[in-house]
Design a binder for this molecule. Sequence first.
Ligand code: GLC
Ligand code: GLC
Length: 637
Amino acid sequence: MAPHLSPPDAADVEVDLELVDLLAARRRRHGAILRHGIAALYPAAAGALLATLDALLEQHAVRRPANLRARDVLREAEPDWFQQPDMVGYVMYGDRFADTLRGVGGHLDYLGELGVRYVHLMPLLRAREGESDGGYAVAAYDEVEPRLGTMADLAGLADALHDREMNLCIDLVVNHTAEEHPWAQAARAGDPRYRDFYFFFPDREMPDRYERTLREVFPTFAPGSFTWLDDAQRWVWTTFNEFQWDLNWSNPAVFAAMVEVMLHLSNQGVDVLRLDAVPFMWKREGTDCENLPEVHTLLCTLRALMAIASPATIFKAEAIVAPEELTAYVGAGSPERHECELAYHNQLMVLLWSSLATGEAKLMTTSLRRLPSIPSRASWVTYVRCHDDIGWAITDENAAAVGWDGWAHRDFLVDFYRGEFPLSFARGDVFQFNPETGDGRTSGSAASLCGIERALEAEDPVHLDIACRRLELVYAVAYSFGGVPLLYMGDELGVRNDASYLDDPALADDNRWMHRPRMDWSVAARRQVPGTLEARLFEMMAGLAGDRASVAALHGAARLEVLQPTDSHLFAFARHHPDRGRFTMVANFGNLTVVADTAGLGCSPGAAVRRTGAGATLEPGGVLTLPPLGYAWLVEP
Ligand code: GLC
Ligand code: GLC
């Protein structure tokens, strides 16, 4: 017996080691990025800021709960946890889904039925009263919206999710605060420390100069990017609504303040921070003040800090930007650079809707083939619909490459999805039409945009079936294209546009609310009634998740290859992984049956069907028959 192998106080020793040695090791690993980033962003204040950050890190390490410290170690052992094939996300407003955070905790079985392992709760920190841009105007980062519950409820929900192998994602609005936030109020009252937290101007000179090159995000309800404050006798920078004041990230104090917020949230057990509106975080005259290089330095630096302090927490970038700007947010173009682990694939989303409207996949194929690949340690979140409008981010260059006019095509999509184009199946609305640029965006739920609403109104079972096939087709792409697929609340039940927001004055002028309905649990109950629309769609979504989980090659690190089928109604891609085999998806967006040869798509004769839609079949010899809106998921060892 060797008693020294198991000293009585072994457990205490382990905890101490975790505090001291892991932090030191993480600092050695990520410290250079941190120091470099801080020196680049804040040359005059780097020393002082680093000292502040050091103190925050020490304090945080002591406060971090033991279960989360264990989670940190586990996640370092499994850094690809979010890339597993069984990772499927669900996006919801906590209050609209189940009134409160506790209510959400009571519906985890429902999410389990859908194969969900990642729950994104829309903004839940205390927002300003009245209009709050759906909670994106935060008045207190350290409080949960009282309607939803408390910080303790949030931590409790995180625990409950973790017990079920589910992960928690929440929004963190980093670009702006509500004008009611204490920082903004102090700034407004003239406190010099907080004046520098925002951008104030005594007259129109600078705002006019900036506006020469700025784009208006909300031209209809919040024109311009600056707001006049009578009491302070100043203009303040407001990219979004007048009550959302842009934070001045070139101020090191803003950086430190936001780090504190992030660390606090990570200590509640948050696994993914969705960083809202990141492209706008840095401003420079003469530019559009979006996607500036400093934004990327900021994100890399914040990421390094998180990797030191709370490696269990990762970042998701909300950067709904043009294709050439998009991939940098997940570190494309620089393999050493570690930026956000996740980012929204808005290109895929836009192109799916474009392909459904045109019955043609060539624009999608061409545009997606042009996107640079991303590092294997990062992934997309892929989605069909979200809480926002669809901004038709199709570039003139990509449209021209398939012989189309970019402007005319975007215009067509706006008309098509508001249901005002001959033969349109969609029912949606135009969001923020800008008469100066001719730009329009689209609101509407997935089911309504796919034609389910019209078919139900017309009591037309044939068109209802076709509309359901459309919905399945786009979700089948989102569930296999790569990364974490997101199911947007209600799509599993075919929830249609909801006009009730018009009755609420705080929501009425923002038609994005038409696709943010309340969950109707009596409708959800119909998922168990065979023959209903809800049963069909719910089973379809659960099946997609189950089949996805069974395909090893759908790991997020698998390389994506967008294929070029000879028939341009087909969209096809392969996912390759050296140890996990190959996955191929072929989808027919056209309205005629297409016969394709799997060898022509690079499949081996051993390719087997894992899933099909709309009656697609694979015959021996590799002949694939794809009816309109049909698709096949093929796997090879
Ligand atoms: C993000 C949100 C959007 C919000 C905007 C301003 O883009 O997704 O809903 O309006 O940020 O916070
Ligand atoms: C713009 C912004 C995007 C935001 C959206 C809200 O497209 O670029 O960040 O989500 O507006 O509607």
